[in-house]
Design a protein around this ligand. Structure first.
Ligand SMILES: [Zn+2]
Length: 280
């Protein structure tokens, strides 16, 4: 019996010292540099609890390590309206304001349209204030969403057109057909696709682009999904892979990021979770 206690005591001492040594060598701050090996034989698996970042305390540390926090995956609709105090980070494109995270994608798309067809891709409407959205509603525009459920409040939605071709007529132009066929390669989706009206509640809008970022735009389009279905398809806490991308939808209090991940984007989804996207 005595020998058993000695062995148990020795075992406990080893365990406790291992714990303190691990704390010393791998504090939370250095987690991004820590080796993390996991079994990738399945597409997804529950992330280990112990390796989570505390989002509130460590977000600045993540950003210092190159992570970007943006609004790209906010789900905005009648059941998930934006909070009244929401205010996006905007940039000015000559009098039209868009969410800053969509800037590069818009320029890439507009540059290619210009190269291929010689015409500029214009933005009719992007960011709208609540007051502007109310004004549009009061004017009886059948397409405008109710105040806080409009994506235009986030600046993530761009209503685009080319000269002579706007609205449904946008599809009659080569540029409109290009945008509707390839916008996903730039990080945009057709937010209200012809196949999604029964889910979005909004008829096909071939001019309303929504920035979600890569690779989400590709996955959504390749699988003919709406943003609603896409967000809901992620089981919180699980890890998903697409090409060399890591994607995970996680609780906001603790964020898990594997070692070696780069080009990290963290976005709330407006349903109570955060999306973590990065390259491996
Ligand atoms: Zn729109």
């Amino acid at each position: 019996m005595k020998r058993f206690f000695i062995i148990a005591l020795a075992f406990a001492v080893v365990l406790i010292s291992a714990f303190f040594l691990a704390e010393k060598f791998f504090p939370a701050e250095t987690y991004l540099l820590k080796n993390f090996i996991y079994n990738n034989s399945k597409n997804s698996f529950p992330a280990p609890e112990k390796d989570f970042f505390e989002l509130n305390s460590d977000l600045s540390n993540l950003i210092e390590n190159g992570a970007m926090l943006n609004d790209s995956l906010l789900l905005i609709n009648e059941t998930h309206p934006l909070p009244e105090n929401y205010s996006p980070e905007l940039i000015d494109l000559g009098g039209i304001y868009i969410n800053s995270c969509a800037k590069e994608a818009y320029h890439n798309l507009a540059d290619d349209i210009k190269d291929f067809y010689g015409n500029p891709l214009y933005i009719m409407s992007a960011f709208r204030t609540r007051d502007e959205q109310i004004e549009i509603l009061e004017s009886g525009n059948e397409y405008a969403a109710s105040v806080d459920s409009s994506e235009h409040l986030s600046g993530l939605a761009l209503d685009v057109y080319v000269k002579y071709y706007a609205g449904m007529g946008f599809l009659d132009s080569e540029e409109g057909q290009f945008v509707n066929s390839y916008c996903q390669d730039y990080g945009f989706i057709i937010r209200y696709p012809y196949y999604g009206e029964h889910i979005t509640g909004i008829p096909f809008e071939p001019w309303h682009l929504r920035y979600v970022g890569l690779p989400h735009s590709k996955i959504i389009t390749e699988n003919k999904l709406t943003l609603e279905e896409y967000i809901e398809s992620y089981i919180p806490g699980e890890i998903y892979h697409y090409e060399n991308y890591f994607i995970s939808r996680q609780k906001p209090d603790k964020i898990f990021i594997p070692e070696g991940l780069y080009e990290i984007v963290i976005s709330p989804d407006n349903t109570g979770y955060y999306f973590i996207t990065g390259k491996q």
